[in-house]
Design a protein around this ligand. Structure first.
Ligand SMILES: [Zn+2]
Length: 392
């Protein structure tokens, strides 16, 4: 009987704990600085995020369920343009699509361009949408096009995606194609772009940029910077994760690093297995199964094999939170946030199936003894501070 009472007490205690964690998650302002669903919906008409979808990671209903308040929508295009008119046209097409979604859902969603509008949208319990342009190639080396994207609502720009621009080099090029670079870091035009971003109140996003570009941009910027979707190099050493010195430099600048949820950026065994499958091991297997089947069939079989092989290497939520924890232990709790990359990645930690699962992070942080105040900063408070310091 004694044991039974003790057990009952424990259950009651556990339930009260989980109730208060839920309350904390719902009360906190949750900001996610990177989501790629716009690109998916521009390419696939059947993805209308106004309705609850059974595929993909995001839609308005599921965002609400996950307690999300503010979403930066990534405006993205590849290193070769989708439209024959070029990258700038691609960017505008994605912004058109976001405007249409916002118009159709104006009762529960708002497109914000100022800090005041962000705050107002949160108060009204609407999903606040912001525009983040992922890659300087979309301004096509033209300040008029840059200004035009600003007028349409661009509030962060990632200086480079995986591809360098003529004025800024990317992490991919600085690390993997260093020999082919004609310059490294920001050119004088690149510095002008950063200055113009400061002037207009556009966050300087340094995810995807090479280290030289990163340091040049921080030296040029007079405002706190953003890394919209980057994880920690010391836990998972892949080319576009951030090293300790970079983390310390962001802290000194007063900026924020938002952790990317992609398995390949979180867990080094996952990243290693993937590199093997993409390298010689994969080639050997493809050669052997490809002997008697056509290319389309091979592709199908290979993709299935690829994801099956990676399945056991998927990281846990705990590893995701290790990345947050690492930054907090290195520089304090003011410089880290959430930049999921939902709908832009092929693998996520076990249980982090879609945008309804953000509360798992709050639970893990509380389990590790984080105070409510710290949790609120990490979920969105830090990004809110950086937005306030930048936006006009
Ligand atoms: Zn990205």
């Amino acid at each position: 009987m004694k044991y039974f009472s003790l057990l009952l007490l424990l259950v009651i205690f556990y339930q009260a704990e989980s109730q208060s964690t839920k309350k904390l998650h719902n009360k906190a302002i949750l900001v996610d600085t990177h989501n790629d669903v716009l690109t998916s919906s521009v390419l696939d008409d059947s993805l209308d995020i106004s309705h609850r979808l059974s595929k993909g990671h995001s839609d308005i209903d599921r965002w609400k369920e996950g307690g999300l308040d503010v979403q930066f929508f990534s405006i993205w295009t590849d290193k070769t343009p989708r439209n024959k008119e070029g990258f700038f046209k691609d960017a505008n097409q994605e912004i058109d699509s976001l405007e249409m979604i916002t118009l159709r859902n104006h009762d529960r969603m708002v497109l914000a361009t100022t800090y005041k509008e962000v705050k107002k949208g949160i108060r009204q319990k609407k999903l606040v949408a912001l525009i983040g342009v992922e890659g300087g190639h979309m301004i096509e080396n033209d300040m008029n096009k840059f200004d035009s994207l600003y007028k349409r609502g661009m509030r962060y720009m990632t200086l480079t995606w995986n591809n360098s621009t003529p004025w800024a080099t990317s992490a991919m090029d600085e690390t993997l194609h260093a020999d082919s670079l004609t310059h490294k870091g920001l050119t004088p035009f690149g510095k002008q772009v950063v200055q113009r971003m400061n002037e207009l109140g556009i966050l300087v996003d340094l995810s995807h940029t090479g280290e030289q570009t990163f340091y040049d941009a921080i030296a040029t910027s007079t405002k706190p910077v953003l890394l919209s979707h980057s994880s920690v190099w010391n836990i998972c050493p892949v080319f576009r994760n951030v090293k300790d010195d970079q983390i310390k430099t962001v802290a000194k600048n007063g900026g924020v690093i938002c952790i990317n949820f992609y398995s390949g950026f979180l867990d080094s065994s996952f990243a290693k297995k993937m590199a093997q499958l993409e390298g010689t091991e994969g080639k050997r297997i493809k050669d052997s199964i490809g002997k008697n089947i056509d290319a389309a069939k091979l592709n199908q079989v290979w993709r299935k094999y690829f994801s099956e092989q990676l399945q056991p290497f998927k990281p846990t939520i705990s590893i995701l939170v290790d990345h947050i924890d690492y930054i907090v232990k290195l520089v304090g709790d003011d410089y880290v946030g959430i930049g999921s990359d939902f709908d832009g990645v092929s693998s996520l930690p076990v249980g982090m199936d879609d945008v309804t699962k953000y509360p798992l992070i709050t639970e893990e942080l509380k389990r590790r003894g984080y105070s409510d105040k710290s949790v609120k900063k990490i979920l969105g408070g830090n990004v809110m501070r950086v937005m306030k310091a930048n936006f006009r």
